[in-house]
Design a protein around this ligand. Structure first.
Ligand SMILES: *Cc1c(COP(=O)(O)O)cnc(C)c1O
Length: 424
């Protein structure tokens, strides 16, 4: 598979290089040079998730990765299902939260970890990443125990939920976590400084593992096929998929699935009050506001970093951006949606509820809707319990980690201190 940098098309890389590098020159995103339609989508849809994923990723990656290697990677990464639950007559929930950290980021994170391990050339790789909550857990669990890979995760001290902290700061082994005395932006700034430090970078083999890595998106393409595969055949051509969106990686993966020939009629991008994209699609003006904190905090993003990929793909496919549906939901509307959805018999959390509500209002009479449930309700237990008056039980993996002691270090938001820690 060949990829190019969207900001500078003369920079071309293989898939392995794109995985290792993450970003291209000028922070440009890599994008596949060609996305050929799959030869027989109907037959693929008959296969089980892992078998189908091996074939479709094999098609995308070409001869760069052998089928045997791909099989090993997929079998190690996709260790959990993505069931489609019927919510009402025409609406289904794609549950992406059955992985070890109970969020859809397990798909991308685990596959990326497998890719980095498979394509490792340095003696040592250090994954350095900043998290505002969920990505940290997904990265930590994805890389836990992988040989030759050290992971360092920064997070804003006291600004993530106690449960989120327990989930990735209790592992130990090759996973080190640092509570930074500052906010998420300070954590991101430290990561950026580290990557600008050439000596540090080469000494410890620095690598990022954030949502821009192309391997994540390819893994996510697989569950869109799994969603459609579980729909009755007669309904497939009329499927509309609603995606709760923050950095828009999830939506990019959906669009790649469509480019590969998956029958999805259209997509809806659902956001919280951080609605840069819905406003852009309506007015044509790109005008990010200050990011605001919401109930669906994994989508508190006002400058979505995968957006250039969405535009690039739409341009190449000749899809008008206006054909992309979009909707914004305030916290008040999110609370209301969560309650109505629960009244219909489905327990959800804020991110999924936003996607469901957007689908409810955008779905035409002859269409069938799928909304993505990106996290388990227990992952947002504080708000779900309060809004619905419940005491949502922690599923097994979460309950186990909640009992363990935190192993985090604490550092001030000073690069010199972080550098010394990393070089040690
Ligand atoms: C990351 C995340 C999202 C947003 O996904 P993007 O790919 O960044 O658009 C939505 N819901 C949850 C629970 C998440 O963790």
């Amino acid at each position: 598979m060949n990829l190019y940098n969207i900001k500078d098309k003369s920079e071309q890389v293989s898939f392995a290089q794109a995985v290792r590098q993450g970003l291209g020159r000028e922070q440009g995103l890599f994008f596949p040079e060609t996305i050929d339609p799959l030869p027989d989508v109907d037959a693929l849809l008959e296969l089980p998730l892992r078998e189908r994923s091996i074939r479709l990723l094999g098609h995308l990656l070409g001869d760069e990765v052998s089928e045997a290697t791909l099989r090993t990677m997929i079998e190690a990464a996709f260790t959990f299902p993505a069931p489609l639950a019927k919510v009402s007559e025409r609406i289904h929930a794609l549950e992406l939260f059955h992985g070890p950290t109970l969020a859809f980021k397990d798909f991308g994170g685990r596959f990326m970890a497998q890719c980095l391990a498979a394509f490792r050339t340095n003696d040592k790789i250090t994954i350095l990443t900043a998290t505002s909550g969920d990505t940290g857990a997904a990265v930590a669990h994805a890389f836990y125990g992988l040989e030759g890979i050290e992971v360092v995760i920064l997070y804003p001290k006291g600004k993530i939920s106690p449960l989120q902290e327990k989930l990735f700061c209790t592992l130990g082994g090759n996973i080190r976590t640092i509570a930074i005395e500052g906010d998420f932006d300070a954590c991101q700034a430290l990561v950026k400084q580290a990557f600008d430090d050439e000596e540090l970078k080469t000494t410890i083999g620095l690598n990022s593992a954030n949502s821009i890595n192309i391997s994540r998106l390819l893994a996510q393409v697989c569950y869109y096929f799994e969603a459609i595969a579980q729909l009755p055949k007669a309904e497939r051509a009329n499927a509309v998929v609603s995606v709760p969106s923050g950095n828009f990686g999830n939506l990019t993966a959906g669009l790649i699935a469509k480019a590969l020939g998956l029958p999805v009629k259209r997509f809806i991008a659902a956001t919280n009050a951080n609605d840069t994209v819905p406003r852009y699609l309506k007015t044509g003006v790109w005008e990010p506001h200050q990011t605001v904190a919401t109930l669906s905090n994994a989508m508190d993003v006002s400058r979505p970093n995968n957006w250039p990929r969405v535009e690039e793909l739409c341009r190449r496919m000749g899809w008008a951006l206006e054909t992309l549906g979009s909707a914004m939901r305030s916290d008040e509307q999110t609370v209301d949606a969560l309650k109505r959805l629960y009244a219909e018999g489905y327990l959800c959390e804020p991110h999924g509820a936003i996607a469901w509500d957007a689908l409810q209002s955008e779905l035409a009479a002859d269409e069938v809707g799928v909304f993505l449930c990106t996290a388990h309700p227990a992952k947002f237990k504080e708000s779900v319990d309060e809004i619905l008056g419940l005491d949502v039980p922690l599923p097994g993996p979460l309950a186990k980690h909640a009992e363990l002691p935190l192993l985090s270090h604490t550092l001030p938001a000073e690069f010199a201190r972080l550098r010394a820690f990393l070089m040690d």
